[in-house]
Design a protein around this ligand. Sequence first.
Ligand code: ADP
Ligand code: 5GP
Length: 201
Amino acid sequence: MEVDRSMVRRGILFVISGPSGVGKGTIKEALLKKFPDIKLSISATTRSRREGEIDGRDYFFLSKQEFNSKLQNNEFLEYASVYSNMYGTPKQYVIDNIITGNDVLLEIDIQGAQKVKGQMPEGVFIFIQPPSIEVLAERINVRGKDSPESIQTRMAASQEEMAMVVHYDYVIMNDKLDEALNKVEAIITAERCRVKNNIKR
Ligand code: ADP
Ligand code: 5GP
């Protein structure tokens, strides 16, 4: 469909990021229900599919070869090796939606968020913080989807990751989920009201 670009506001890129197990996925799911018009960017990954996950909904599950071929074609906005698997954000989907006036949500690890910021600094970068490292460890354990080795790797990374908060626009502690959600929703609502985000161009 041809869109007259002079008639639409630009979409806003919302980036939800933070250490593994902090609650990004949980917050993302709630946001999509609250704001059904926000487009979720679905990442590609070489990690194996967990029980209950669906290809094209949770991730695009790719072989290493498929991932590398897309990488060579410059099809990722960013990509990273996270806990020894490859993850990447398909570029075209994000750009097409922003240009046509749709807001886009990215749920992404901290390395990835830094790279997206390098390319799209006008995005809104939201850091989700755990109440403590102990609570973070407990959440990863309770989720029960990761091997002991994977949990160890994630925990080792989380101390350093926490210091990255200074590069973000907003920080939200995910202690009580309802309170954290209210804050993210308030940020989205406020950003949507900003004059600069309502100029048609
Ligand atoms: P991430 O996507 O950041 O890795 P998840 O959304 O998978 O994290 O959350 C990790 C675990 O913590 C899940 O079992 C989830 O239900 C739980 N969780 C998320 N937010 C909270 C919260 N505020 N209080 C308690 N448990 C939470
Ligand atoms: P999981 O394997 O638990 O689904 O995700 C592992 C980590 O990879 C999480 O911190 C998640 O946010 C991150 N991740 C998911 N998609 C992407 C992506 O497209 N790019 C990057 N850099 N990280 C991602």
